[in-house]
Write a protein that binds this ligand. Structure first.
Ligand code: FE2
Length: 291
């Protein structure tokens, strides 16, 4: 790392990482998880961030290497986290470097690399992935996020359209829109996001940010929408509270207006370095709206 690249905030993040995360985030454990994912060969992989730590240009390249280890751009979808927009000078690097993993299917998705690129939509069979950006550059020690009114308005239209198509809508957002966390880590317009979902609906929301697996629910127009926080993919079995892992979803269209969404948590257990199935549960996805 070149010292001149360390702006004030990045220096703080760097020190933070050196003191706290360096021991905890071991590359070897990520490789074990990636090997497990690849052995199971899911149809698609969704990454809810963060991918970089202090936003140095070289880190975006490392992030790209990681994404390529997961698969090609049409098989892997990523959204930015707060660290991925860590300081204003490199906030656009996530889009520039990871564009093939962070854009929608349509030609219009190739428009300018800025916030208007979100939300983007990818259709994969019965499933539609909706990539929301809550990444904003923040002041030192802050890890807040914001979707913004303009993106929320676009999200409303996107959810309506995909609902009319009868697809299983998976909304990806880095900052969880519900649950408890420190004020400096929250989604600033969580209320607006929840109101958008309550009105326009989704079948599943997946998040990152807190590094602890959690399942919550938000009201939707036809029932409760599961909101799932993914564990860290970079924590090892030595983490006694939140060892690393990931969630494997099986989504099936049922008769009538129903979906079945099974979530398998795979990863390490405290002190157990084997990547294995840990829990399986069926998430109560709301019934499909009549088409
Ligand atoms: Fe984060």
């Amino acid at each position: 790392m070149r010292l001149k690249e360390l702006a004030s905030k990045r220096a703080l993040g760097f020190l933070n990482w050196r003191r706290g995360r360096r021991k905890r985030f071991a590359p070897g454990t990520i490789e074990l998880l990636v090997d497990d994912i690849k052995a199971l060969a899911p149809d698609h992989i969704a990454v809810t961030g963060d991918l970089v730590n202090v936003g140095l240009p070289a880190e975006y390249q490392t992030g790209l290497v990681f994404l390529r280890s997961l698969g090609a751009g049409d098989k892997v979808t990523v959204i930015p986290g707060n660290h991925d927009a860590y300081v204003r000078s490199t906030a656009h690097h996530a889009l520039l470097n990871w564009g093939e993993y962070m854009r929608g299917d349509s030609a219009e998705a190739d428009r300018a690399a800025d916030q208007e690129a979100f939300p983007f939509v990818r259709r994969r069979g019965d499933v539609a992935l909706v990539g929301v950006s809550s990444a904003i550059p923040t002041n030192p020690f802050m890890a807040t996020g914001r979707v913004g009114r303009a993106q929320l308005a676009r999200l409303a239209g996107v959810l309506d359209q995909l609902g009319r198509e009868g697809l299983f809508r998976v909304v990806m957002i880095h900052h969880p829109p519900c649950g408890h966390r420190a004020a400096h880590k929250r989604l600033l317009d969580a209320e607006g996001f929840r109101a958008c979902l309550a009105r326009h609906g989704a079948e599943l929301v997946i998040c990152g940010h807190d590094h602890r697996p959690m399942v919550e629910q938000l009201p939707g127009p036809h029932g409760l929408i599961p909101v799932v926080e993914a564990p860290s993919a970079a924590a090892g079995p030595e983490d006694r509270r939140w060892p690393g892992g990931y969630h494997l979803y099986r989504i099936e269209r049922q008769d009538g207006n129903a979906w079945r969404c099974e979530m398998e948590a795979r990863g390490f257990a405290p002190g157990d370095p084997t990547v294995a199935r840990r829990t399986v549960r069926v998430l109560a996805a709301p019934p499909r709206a009549p088409v």
